[in-house]
Design a protein around this ligand. Structure first.
Ligand code: GLU
Length: 284
């Protein structure tokens, strides 16, 4: 089977050395095995994504010597695809509209004196799950903003998670435990998808067979595996790599200007310097 890997940045800032590592590792895993490497723009957040950052991503990746297939999929150009899978989840009654504001959720959590946290923040207390069909309709007709949430307990019943696993390269099979996300948001009225839904669908649509990404997204894979099951999508293998830190041991972030590839290039670093820095000393 041909290995297909991808690098899927969000154009919300300049890439840093950690991104160079992630992209290079994905590239090497594919190219080293005669496979394919894909670049995808995860640009669903219209308020934070900018064309200038997208251009910089192309420039930086080409500068460190990577080549990718054309055309590059931009998530913002495929919102219909996400809407279609949401329809399928809706038809199975696995998602429900939630009209709560952040403030209302915080107040409800404070009232309940229990605040379980998931990887994406405090778990939703389920307020809108109980709304009747009439109450939902009334809210829709008032034009209230809403989010579409996964009904986690129904999803768990449907999926029989005790038999769901994903494969972490070189580590073996890991049992899927998505309950930690609670009734996670899969879409919002104004953005008809979320990171979790879009990434899961796109990896399947693009035939990605090995997802290479940072350890910070390891938890998310539990949810993605559940979504794959509910949507009858294939399951890729995973490789969650360690995160690159600065000399003080802090994880690099897009806001750390000094470590951006753009900045390093402008300060005289060569692509070979970057490759050595991230441990890829040979030319691809
Ligand atoms: N778009 C995500 C990010 O920039 C990465 C998604 C993924 O690799 O699954 O953090």
């Amino acid at each position: 089977m041909t290995i297909v890997t991808r690098f899927a940045p969000s154009p919300t800032g300049y890439l840093h050395v950690g991104h160079a590592y992630s992209a290079s590792l994905a590239y090497q895993k594919a190219k080293g095995a005669g496979g394919r490497f894909i670049l995808r723009m995860e640009d669903i957040d219209g308020t934070r994504c900018r064309a200038e950052f997208e251009d910089a991503i192309f420039e930086d990746l080409a500068w460190i010597g990577l080549e990718w297939e054309q055309p590059v999929r931009r998530q913002s150009e495929h919102l219909d695809d996400y809407a279609a899978v949401l329809e399928r989840l809706f038809a199975q009654e696995l998602i429900y509209p939630c009209f709560c504001t952040r403030k209302e959720i915080a107040a409800e959590i404070a009232r309940s004196h229990s605040a379980p946290h998931g990887p994406d923040g405090p778990l939703y207390p389920g307020t809108c799950k109980e709304l009747s069909a009439d109450e939902r309709e009334a809210n829709f007709s008032k034009g209230l903003p809403y989010a579409l949430r996964l009904d986690m307990s129904k999803a768990l019943d449907k999926a029989d998670v005790s038999s769901l696993y994903f494969e972490e390269l070189d580590k073996g099979f890991i049992q899927c435990d998505p309950e930690r996300f609670g009734d996670v948001v899969l879409a919002r009225k104004e953005t008809p998808t979320s990171y979790h839904l879009a990434v899961t669908l796109d990896d399947a649509l693009q035939g990605v067979s090995l997802v290479v990404r940072g350890q910070d997204l390891f938890e998310a894979t539990h949810l993605h595996r559940l979504l794959q099951h509910l949507l009858a999508l294939p399951t890729p293998k995973y490789l969650h790599h360690g995160l690159v830190s600065d000399i003080k041991g802090r994880r690099l972030a897009k806001r750390d200007k000094s470590a951006t590839l753009k900045d390093m290039r402008e300060n005289g670093y060569s692509p070979e310097d970057i490759r050595k820095l991230i441990g890829f000393s040979v030319k691809y």
